[in-house]
Design a protein around this ligand. Structure first.
Ligand code: 13P
Length: 237
């Protein structure tokens, strides 16, 4: 299973260093073999050797250049980062990233062999407008994306479930994931208000290959508990 933490605009570099070291120690001490990924803020990247994959939350599709406020490949290479989050709803809806720019990022970083966690998800009004509209909305987020890319992980994160404490029902998550799996056989994560108290039931669903966690992952102990729960589920298989 894949257990990923999106730290968003939280945790300074010093705090992130502590965080990642704590997670790394936990994985070692508890023989956790699940794939664990942490996405720190850009200024909180640190060199890291160990089991935890460190990923960038964003980077511009260039090596370097005149793109004020952005980081490029060169900045990721400095920390040996080969994992990137692309298409997160906060970048789509708050920053205003278009599908076109997202595809450029996808193409640039997939050509370099990066592990890409590609996010999709619908806002509440789309979900409420019916299943056909919702699937059309999600389809549009697959446009231009090579869904057969080897190093692809997809994360389904309904926008209305992010940071709200609301989640779709377990039945809804399972049936949607089953439908999404038909579009791509890449590992499929669920994200949106996942926490220690619900992660087990989410991970136990068919076609859920892991979780992408925001707020509840900000405390290393909580994130470690989620990795532990994933390991225990896997051990039962
Ligand atoms: P929350 O876990 O805070 O709902 O955030 C989910 C998310 O956006 C992860 O990318």
């Amino acid at each position: 299973m894949i257990i990923a933490a999106n730290l968003k605009t939280n945790l300074t570099r010093a705090k992130t260093l502590e965080y990642v070291n704590q997670v790394e120690k936990f994985l070692d001490a508890n023989n956790i073999s699940q794939e664990v990924i942490v996405f720190p803020a850009a200024s909180s990247l640190n060199p890291h050797a160990g089991k935890v994959f460190i990923g960038a939350q964003n980077a511009y599709p260039v090596k370097n250049g005149a793109f004020t406020g952005e980081i490029g490949l060169e900045h990721l290479e400095e920390f040996d980062i080969k994992t990137i989050l692309i298409g997160h709803s906060e970048r789509r809806h708050i920053i205003g990233e278009s599908q076109e720019l997202i595809v450029q990022k996808f193409n640039f970083y997939s050509n370099l062999g990066f592990k890409i966690v590609y996010c999709i998800g619908e806002p509440l009004e789309v979900r409420e407008s019916g299943h056909i509209n919702m699937m059309a909305y999600l389809d549009a987020q697959y446009e231009g994306i090579d869904t057969n890319y080897d190093n692809l992980i997809i994360a389904y994160e309904p926008v209305w479930a992010i940071g709200t404490g609301l989640t779709p029902t377990l039945e809804d998550i399972e049936s949607l994931h089953t439908e999404l799996k038909k579009k791509s056989s890449a590992p499929l994560l669920y994200g949106g208000s996942v926490k220690v108290t619900n992660v087990q039931e989410v991970l136990a669903l068919n076609n859920v290959d892991g979780v992408l966690v925001g707020s509840a992952a900000l405390y290393a102990e909580h994130f470690c508990s989620m990795a532990d729960i994933a390991q225990n589920l896997e051990n039962l298989k």
